[in-house]
Design a protein. Structure first.
Lengths: 288, 370, 319
């Protein structure tokens, strides 16, 4: 029983990080209907920023979130204005290819600049844990889960309670109607991509202390984010949150009960099943 | 050595290494070893023209690299590649093309088990790594239950297999057999399984990045066997040792240490430290000695591939890797019967603790987290 | 007829190349080129003609590779028979996958195709008894090819691979040629342009999409088998990895999707570029791919071929 709980809780904690990446992706999709295949690379940039802030300025990774998020927001906004904006009316397949190309450019530029050496970020609490009965919870994972919760809550409040948030949601719901109501949908696009990137940056800052950093790390995160978003429902933030935690749990438990090598397989099989049986996901709005 | 001085010879050697890609940091330690070897060869009067190829960590690229070296660059012999997975297809192509190849570190047993004439290896195959580590541990105290944790790649699987075979022949009970897919941020499920099996000894095979994550999570989960043994690779790297919280007390099988007592080993380490600002892992020593031996043979044989092969087959050396002779034994061909050492991280330093004739410190046992 | 000549002459020229060029390295580059062309043309059938962007075609490539290899190594079946069995396997699985995934539209189909390829890759990684897992399979020496009592080749040089590769590339181009001008091509175009309209006209969508996928998967698997024997070593990441799928897509997009010459041009550009850059940029030749794709999507969505055709048309119009 303890083994099961241990695995379950570890899965939930790491699921929080997956959720954060997924939320960024789903926000971008919701507002612009663009599936950003470079989301993982944005996380990667966040990870490198965190690493260098730590190595060069001694800033704790969890604190540096407040620096990484605005930095990635700017990066995202620039990318939106220069590239994404131009393909908003193109075929969805072409949009995907554009973001795939963007991902290749980002990861390979990082490789040229930073080399493909794995970087490891070690803090004093990297291997600490908090005891809960016979269960041990990783300290860094706990921090990241709490921060993810805070960011998600803040995002939710922003979207539900502020005018800009309402404008974003309106654009996501019906672009033309929003425009007719006076919403500057182009700005909303920039804002959404910027926010999505900022969230990716935050995820990067939170993952950096518990994983390792290298240029190609983005690919796996992008794929995981897709699973999270499809499971939760494209365009739904609560869905992405739930999806992330769910995927974290599934991964952890399948590693425990089937085999560690099979956990990714289980996730993809579930992904396929959701795509085929309920493509709108758990909480998504059905749209063709 | 004198013979080498008599020939102001010029030889052409190909090197296949992982200069870029995920194993680049280890590849760099090999490159550094090669650099030092080139300097020493020059001092001995052997001019080596090195043609270097980067396999980027991918076996197919290693294969293409070999083909290029053999057909386009006309090298006399090849040293490398680094990893078992790259060496796999490469040695076969070397044999087919009748070019002598000397493997510095790759541990997969099959590499020198295929009845090949042109394939030589200086480091011990995987079974040596497992046997030494487990022998050392069993000598420290009674142990009944063994857990094996390894990455499901060539290197991990072959080394783990030998550990499991050892357990079967030495009365150890295999209580956990966990193969993980490398690159995951979360090994907690795997480690929780291991913990629940309550092992006395945990034998692990990983490269550096995963080794660090695994040990961090092991500490976090309070997995506390009487001994942790790392089967070469990641656990011997300075990057791992530098993580003081998690490396202290970890035993590791290794092909070389600076305090092994072999001729020139200490000086090599000091020279390496001064040049590259970091302690040399065994990879550098293996690389150094491999290039030295290959170049010497190529010089003696006047760049003839078959004569070089014969020279390797018959030769004897005694350098920083200790006595080296390529023999056939136990189903291996052209394999150097290299004694595997076991080290332990004590106070942030790597010290040799086994076998007795090379040990410089007493091992700390049983294992306790700091 | 004239279009046919435009293809036959270069093909004949290529067939004569080994008489002048003996360097194994140069022949190696040609063989890489043939593989890239074959893959691009294969993908074009489903991606270009039918408009279904599969980013998981590595699945069929890998199945071709593993199928033929395993048959040779475990059952001793020579590649010239084993390949067809591997192709058949790939096609059967492809049709099954198509049947369940073709109901998905646009980006959802893309995601599903990626998931399928990853599932197959992970299965190959974990099903050690059959595939040897991460250790991969090292090809053994190929049996000499004999007809009657005469040995045609014992596979010890690059030349037989050169000719086989050329044949394969020509075959895939020919398949594209034939499909484009056939009724199938016509239906595929309708499906690509407006799926719902095609459906309302009574065109059975899944049937034709599956036909295209079957053809595409067959060609891809054939190429995968060939490439596996040529390289002599396969492992799951190398043949099922998403990079393989992405390269296939990029070849077509950059060259010109939906045309017969497009993938060919794309293959030439990408192979030559990556060989040339290997010396300076090492692995980062993918950077150039990324830049090219972005440039193509933004500036010339019809690829280089479309761009050139557009220019020629402008010139012909006398501007």
């Amino acid at each position: 029983m303890a083994v099961f709980l241990q695995s379950l809780l570890s899965g939930v904690l790491i699921g929080g990080v997956y959720a954060l990446i997924g939320i960024g992706l789903t926000l971008i999709f919701g507002v612009m209907r663009v599936i950003n295949f470079a989301q993982g690379e944005l996380v990667m940039i966040g990870m490198y920023c965190t690493f260098f802030l730590f190595k060069l300025a001694g800033i704790d990774p969890f604190l540096s979130v407040v620096l990484t998020m605005p930095a990635l927001f700017v990066v995202g906004a620039v990318l939106q204005r220069s590239l994404i904006n131009r393909v908003l009316d193109a075929l969805p397949q072409n949009q995907i290819l554009l973001t795939i190309g963007l991902g290749l450019v980002l990861s390979n530029t990082a490789m040229l600049v930073f080399t493909s050496d794995y970087r490891i970020l070690s803090t004093t609490y990297s291997s600490s844990s908090v005891g809960l009965g016979s269960i041990r919870l990783s300290t860094p994972l706990l921090y990241s889960f709490l921060i993810t919760g805070a960011i998600t809550a803040a995002l939710y409040w922003f979207l539900a309670r502020t005018d800009t948030g309402h404008a974003i949601r309106a654009t996501a719901q019906d672009r033309d109607a929003a425009q007719l109501m006076g919403v500057n949908v182009r700005h909303m696009g920039v804002l959404a991509f910027g926010l999505g990137s900022a969230l990716a940056g935050a995820a990067g800052a939170l993952i950096a202390p518990i994983y390792y950093i290298y240029p190609q790390v983005g690919g796996a995160f992008t794929l995981k984010a897709f699973v999270v978003v499809v499971l939760g429902g494209m365009g739904s933030i609560v869905g992405a949150t739930l999806g992330g935690v769910l995927i974290g749990m599934i991964e952890s438990l399948s590693a425990l009960y089937i085999a560690s090598g099979m956990k990714e397989l289980c996730v993809y099989v579930i992904f396929l099943l959701v795509l085929l049986l309920k493509p709108s996901g758990l909480l998504g709005k059905s749209r063709t | 050595m004198i013979l080498a001085l008599l020939l102001a010879a010029s030889v052409r050697i190909g090197i296949i290494n992982s200069v870029t890609g995920p194993e680049a940091p280890i590849g760099e330690t090999l490159s550094n070893g090669y650099k030092l070897a080139l300097e020493d060869l020059k001092k001995a009067g052997i001019e080596v023209e090195v043609v270097s190829e980067d396999d980027t960590g991918k076996p197919q690229i290693a294969l293409s690299a070999l083909e290029k070296l053999v057909t386009r660059d006309n090298v006399t012999g090849i040293v490398g590649p680094y990893s078992s997975s790259s060496a796999n297809p490469t040695v076969k192509a070397a044999e087919k093309n009748k070019v002598p190849i000397l493997i510095p570190t790759a541990a997969k047993e099959e590499l020198t088990r295929m009845n090949y004439k042109y394939v030589f290896r200086i480091a011990s195959p995987a079974n040596g790594l497992a046997a030494a580590g487990l022998d050392a541990t069993l000598g420290l105290g009674p142990a009944k239950k063994l857990a094996v944790v390894y990455e499901n790649t060539d290197f991990g699987t072959s080394t783990a297999k030998t550990a499991k075979e050892y357990a079967a022949t030495h009365g150890l009970q295999l209580v956990a057999d966990e193969a993980y897919s490398k690159g995951s941020p979360d090994y907690r499920s795997t480690l929780t399984q291991v913990k629940s099996a309550d092992p006395d000894v945990v034998f692990m095979v990983s490269y550096v990045a995963d080794a660090i994550l695994l040990m961090r999570q092991a500490r976090e989960l309070a997995l506390s066997p009487r001994a942790f043994i790392g089967g070469g690779a990641g656990f011997s790297q300075p990057q791992f040792v530098a993580e003081r919280d998690i490396s202290e007390g970890i035993l590791a099988s290794t092909h070389w240490t600076k305090d092994s007592g072999w001729p020139g080993a200490k000086e090599f380490a000091e020279r390496y430290q001064k040049r590259f600002n970091v302690d040399p892992p065994y990879h550098s020593a293996c690389a150094y000695e491999s290039l030295r031996i290959m170049a010497e043979c190529a010089a003696k044989s006047n760049n003839d591939r078959d004569k070089t092969r014969a020279c390797l087959h018959e030769g004897k050396w005694d350098g920083i890797m200790g006595p080296v002779k390529f023999v056939d034994y136990d189903g291996f061909q052209n394999q150097n019967k290299h004694p595997v050492l076991v080290t332990q991280v004590q106070q942030g330093k790597v010290v040799t603790v086994y076998p007795k004739e090379n040990a410089v410190a007493k091992p700390i046992y049983p294992f306790k987290w700091k | 007829m004239r279009a046919l000549l435009l293809w036959v002459i270069p093909a004949l020229a290529l067939a004569l190349v080994p008489l002048w060029i003996q360097s194994p390295y140069a022949l190696h580059i040609f063989i890489l080129l043939f593989i890239a062309v074959a893959l691009g043309e294969s993908w074009n059938v489903i991606g270009g003609f039918a408009g279904q962007y599969s980013v998981g075609h590595a699945a069929w490539y890998g199945l071709g590779a593993y199928g033929a290899f395993i048959l040779l190594l475990r059952k001793g079946i020579p590649p010239w028979f084993g390949v067809w069995a591997a192709v058949a396997l790939a096609v059967i699985i492809a049709l099954a996958v198509g049947w369940i995934t073709f109901r998905l539209r646009g980006p959802y189909f893309v995601l599903a195709s990626i998931a399928v390829a990853e599932i197959i890759r992970l299965a190959a990684l974990n099903w050690k008894i059959v595939t040897n897992g991460a250790e991969g399979i090292l090809g053994s020496d190929l049996p000499p090819l004999q007809i009657g009592g005469t040995v045609i080749t014992d596979w010890n040089s690059k030349i037989p691979y050169y000719y086989l590769g050329l044949l394969m590339a020509v075959f895939c181009v020919a398949v594209n040629f034939v499909v484009k001008r056939s009724k199938l091509g016509y239906y595929l175009q309708a499906i690509r342009e407006d799926q719902d309209a095609a459906h309302s006209l009574g065109i059975p969508l899944t049937f034709y999409k599956n036909t295209a996928l079957g053809i595409s998967a067959a060609c891809t698997a054939l190429t995968g088998s060939f490439a596996a024997f040529y390289v002599g070593f396969i492992e799951p990441q190398g043949v099922f990895g998403i990079d393989v799928s992405i390269q296939m897509v990029l070849t077509c997009i950059i060259g010109g999707i939906g045309t017969v010459t497009g993938p060919l041009l794309g293959a030439v550009v990408l192979v030559l570029l990556s060989e040339w850059l290997r010396a300076s940029l090492a692995q980062a030749h993918l950077l150039v791919y990324g830049v090219l794709v972005i440039a193509v999507i933004l500036l010339m969505p019809d690829g280089f071929v479309g761009f050139i055709a557009h220019r020629l048309r402008k010139k012909a119009a006398g501007r």
